[in-house]
Ligand binder design. Sequence first.
Ligand code: HEC
Ligand code: HEC
Ligand code: HEC
Ligand code: HEC
Ligand code: HEC
Ligand code: HEC
Ligand code: HEC
Length: 376
Amino acid sequence: MSRLPLVAVVAICIGAMAAGPASAFSGHQDPAKMVSSCTPCHSSHGVTNTPMLRAAGDEFCLACHSLRSADPQRKRSLGMSTSAHPADIESELRKPYPHRWALCRDCHSVHGVQSNRGGPVEPFSIGQVKASTKRGFDTEVDLCLSCHGSRGVGGGDPHDLRNLLDPRNPSYHPLLAVGPARNVPSLRAPLSTDARMNCTDCHTNDDPNGARGPHGSRLEGMLGASMNTQEGQPESETAYALCYACHDRQIVLEQDAFPLHNEHVVDERIPCRSCHDPHGATSALALIRFNEPTVLTGVTASSSGSLRYESMGSGSGACFLTCHGVNHDPLGYGAGFDSKGLPLMPEMWGRDALPGAQRRLPGTRVAPSPTLERRK
Ligand code: HEC
Ligand code: HEC
Ligand code: HEC
Ligand code: HEC
Ligand code: HEC
Ligand code: HEC
Ligand code: HEC
């Protein structure tokens, strides 16, 4: 855009934007925060190749969105009033796990974004769908998946999050649609299996008092709460704080559908991540992806060459794998298995006795394995 027409556009827009729709209200248009409506950002001596902005790139935003602007003198020179408190994003970008390679304007519309200021941060504001901060996307998840989805071909990319979160999958955390599971006793009230969630319920600032959003964290994976992924670490409230924010710790460890949680997580010190994918699974229930390309380590095929999880309905299932030398061919829990996890009828668990994948339609209950029914 050349400079002259833009001056005219800005002049015309001033009237239009000042009287713009209230729904598009943002701190950027708040007369109590900005000394004047446009000049804090646009100046007649703006940087070339920008719409007369005072600086280029992220540096433009960070002039105000940093600790540097806390000083009242500096605030005034930037065109803000002293009551303005733009969130400090610069410090987030300096943390060990910042959101690399994405610019502020990839995710934010500067004019007319709906305000993100949704009140205090508390874990159970989840359950609803968040609006996108960027025009052109309806929801936050759509914004995130515009870069984090569908890079792989044929579902082979373990990082293709759109593939993992696809509502046609047998299990997924409910980001694109309400989840398919009906028996998740660990969910903390008021969450239920009808809840929805957002990427930023897990990927956000680890400091609850700092700026919200996926800008940076001190925790690996840019996570908002700690999530141990290493084997051999003791279980504790903090070790798996991310999961326990929504899944009651005591129920997970003592009374849920998988009676061996305690043995695996507390006694054997196996992290949640060794069995569950935090996003979704394309061929098994309970977010388990033993048979898919994942970032799992330590898990290999069983002695009969099988690598899969077979659910026989909530509370009963079989695992085919070898984990650090412990052969599961299968080992299971619930109906059909003894207290050591050995099958009561080993002959029915031949190598190809069961289909590798049991699929479930969203919203339906899990039917007992048809193969198991037939053989009973
Ligand atoms: C908080 C800083 C800020 C304020 C305040 C602001 N703008 Fe902008 N404006 C920007 C940025 C940044 C861009 C570049 C947008 C982009 O590339 O995403 C822009 C772009 C523009 C453009 C180019 C077309 C477009 O939308 O990309 C016009 C015209 C414009 N602004 C007019 C105004 C007017 C008129 C006002 C006052 C009512 C105003 N702006 C207030 C930051 C601001
Ligand atoms: C001239 C200073 C200034 C600049 C430059 C600036 N901001 Fe802001 N920003 C503010 C102020 C002031 C607020 C409101 C803070 C408050 O509520 O006290 C704000 C609020 C926000 C919010 C919170 C939601 C909202 O709309 O209120 C977002 C997101 C945001 N800015 C993004 C950006 C991005 C992205 C850029 C660069 C393209 C940018 N800002 C540039 C001053 C600025
Ligand atoms: C990957 C996308 C993404 C990028 C890149 C990004 N943001 Fe954000 N930002 C968000 C989301 C999403 C939220 C809202 C988080 C929420 O509602 O919990 C947010 C929130 C904010 C807020 C409000 C924080 C608060 O506590 O009220 C500000 C200010 C902000 N961003 C500024 C920036 C600036 C400046 C940059 C560039 C340095 C930037 N953002 C880069 C996605 C992004
Ligand atoms: C403009 C493209 C873009 C958008 C939009 C985007 N991201 Fe990213 N994101 C990236 C890139 C690029 C990386 C760095 C990948 C790498 O380092 O290999 C990244 C990395 C990440 C990481 C990994 C951080 C780490 O330390 O391992 C997370 C988590 C993440 N993004 C979450 C989000 C969330 C949540 C949103 C939506 C609010 C989002 N992203 C939107 C481009 C984007
Ligand atoms: C923001 C809240 C939230 C967080 C954080 C969270 N979950 Fe969930 N989780 C849910 C909801 C809601 C459901 C119900 C989904 C459904 O009905 O299919 C669920 C379901 C599950 C299920 C059952 C899926 C099925 O299809 O049977 C597993 C397993 C699970 N979560 C594991 C985890 C693990 C491991 C973590 C930590 C990485 C975690 N969750 C973090 C909200 C959360
Ligand atoms: C050894 C593998 C394994 C490990 C480690 C593991 N889980 Fe599970 N988990 C399962 C299996 C298998 C099921 C499915 C139970 C069923 O539906 O029959 C399950 C079910 C669940 C469910 C759904 C039922 C419920 O309680 O609401 C949640 C939530 C869950 N796990 C969370 C966790 C968390 C959090 C951790 C880490 C603290 C963890 N799991 C560690 C195997 C594991
Ligand atoms: C229930 C919590 C949870 C939710 C919701 C969630 N993530 Fe993650 N994510 C994690 C955890 C834990 C890790 C790190 C462990 C791992 O890589 O599996 C991770 C890893 C990542 C990574 C880095 C590894 C990779 O697979 O590329 C990216 C990028 C990412 N998430 C993006 C997103 C985006 C985008 C969304 C929303 C569409 C999202 N996540 C939703 C928990 C979550």
